[in-house]
Design a protein around this ligand. Structure first.
Ligand code: MTE
Length: 329
């Protein structure tokens, strides 16, 4: 059955369809009691990720109504937890995919606060505890696609960034939102290296940031984010290439100018501002037409066709009506 959620007006199959709502909630409670909350996140057909990797802890309860499989097909298996936490990009901790999993334990995620500045009526600093309480948590299963050609299907936990944006009331002159990650050389060994300019900065147009699919993310697999995945707060924007998803965010700035992002500064011809997943626009060094799912047999995994806007075209295509997507890549 398809459910039209009030929050966004989109049609999503609910993951509670896989395990009926009551069973789903009861299973969560039982597993929470056993300290196995991660196992409660999904129903039996999608237990592929269930493994014995150590988990970082728990989040405030999920909004019972809001567990959605936004855009991801019920038949798509979740990426195993151990792959999602050991194959990462987080250059502050090294450039190899295995570096963040090995090195990010030094990241200090508490106390944490998020500064809101720029063109808003209510600028200021919010601590993580208040941010966690700002809106009910939802679980959203998103396809994620990285520019190097790999993809994952991940159960994120958070709420739409629009909830926060509405609270701080952008001025009419605000057109873009800039996201700034922590850059602490004491705890992040590669901050200061010349691989990127620091801090890591990303940006979205205000309407992209306000789109209900844009998730301010605090957890995955029903638990707080592991450090290598961008604890304690990151973005998940499923129709864009992975690098748009700034991790360990400390500042959100509202501007009237398109932000200069870390990857755009490093190689403007390779990493445009929009970075919408687009199988028709090649990266200068490789095709973007197909992808491999991590956890599906590694380099030997069958390639599958990449979908326009990563499969979220029905939801987000109208944001780019009339734009030349080969120029605005
Ligand atoms: N955020 C920060 N601060 N630093 C980074 O190096 N890498 C980006 C993005 N966010 C990055 C970042 C890239 S290139 C990708 S593909 C995703 O994080 C990877 O997210 P994941 O490790 O949770 O899959």
């Amino acid at each position: 059955m398809l459910i039209k959620t009030q929050a966004d007006g989109f049609i999503h199959p609910l993951s509670s369809e896989i395990a009926p709502q009551q069973v789903y909630q009861e299973r969560r409670q039982v597993l929470q009691g056993l300290g196995l909350m991660g196992l409660a996140a999904m129903g039996a057909p999608q237990m592929a990720w269930a493994d014995t990797s150590p988990r970082p802890g728990q989040l405030p309860p999920l909004n019972a109504r809001a567990s959605t499989q936004a855009g991801a097909m019920a038949s798509e298996a979740l990426t195993p937890y151990k792959d999602a936490t050991s194959y990462n990009n987080f250059y502050e901790f090294g450039t190899d995919k295995s570096d963040p999993g090995r090195n990010a334990h030094t990241l200090k995620t508490s106390p944490w606060s998020l500064e809101i500045e720029g063109l808003v009526k209510k600028p200021g600093r919010m601590n993580l505890e208040d941010l966690l309480k700002l809106s009910p948590m939802e679980e959203r299963i998103y396809r994620m696609r990285c520019v190097e050609g790999w993809s994952m299907v991940l159960p994120w936990v958070g709420y739409s960034l629009a909830e926060l944006i509405n609270k701080v009331e952008p001025l009419g002159s605000a057109k873009f939102v800039e996201f700034v990650s922590l850059a602490d050389p004491k705890t992040m060994p590669y901050v200061g290296s010349r691989v990127l300019s620091w801090p890591y900065v990303e940006g979205l147009r205000l309407d992209e940031a306000m789109h209900p699919l844009t998730l301010l993310t605090f957890g995955m697999y029903g638990e707080v984010l592991p450090k290598q995945n961008g604890a304690p707060v990151r973005l998940s924007v499923p129709w864009k290439y992975g690098f748009k998803n700034a991790k360990s965010i400390v500042k959100i700035r509202f501007t009237d100018k398109q932000p200069l992002t870390a990857w755009n500064k490093a190689a403007a011809n390779e990493y445009g501002f929009y970075s919408n997943v687009n199988p028709n626009v090649d990266h200068p060094r490789w095709s973007q037409a197909s992808e491999r799912r991590i956890g599906d047999g590694g380099l030997f995994a069958k390639k599958q066709k990449t979908l326009m806007f990563n499969g979220y075209e029905a939801q987000v295509g109208q944001l780019y009506a009339g734009m030349d997507l080969t120029k605005n890549f």
